[in-house]
Design a protein. Sequence first.
Length: 164
Amino acid sequence: MALRTIRTNDDEMLRKKSRPVKEVTPGILVLLDDLTETMQKYDGAGLAAPQVGILRRVAVVDIDDGNGVRELINPEIIEYSGSLIDHEGCLSIPGKAGTVDRPEHIKLRTLNREGDEMVIEAHEMLARALCHEVDHLNGVLITDKIIEYVNTDDKRVGRRKKKK
């Protein structure tokens, strides 16, 4: 595993749509491991491949809910409902955070690291994090969706909750 450099702000890579993964190769597994290590190092709730300069539909999410890291390959939101406006930040947009409207509930179809299809049903924070990472895979940033900017003195906005 290795730490990757997170691309930030106006990096053009963040605006490009990622290509689907055709086969889960050893390189994709290394990418999943590197995304996890990088996300954890910077205390993020998720990280997508374009954020480290790789235009593949691969991301990881960990909201510290006791279920560990969720690895996503070719994730696709297949159902959503409700609306929940809450604070959101992004490792690629340091110093900016705001309120974003996301679905309260989603179903997401994805492949796991074995290449098996699975469906994740998610609510509230997990739904928010999964939607955020799928947006990255489509070249969409929170700055496109922020309703109102919030004070970024709170470094915890958009980050994983620390265990006490």
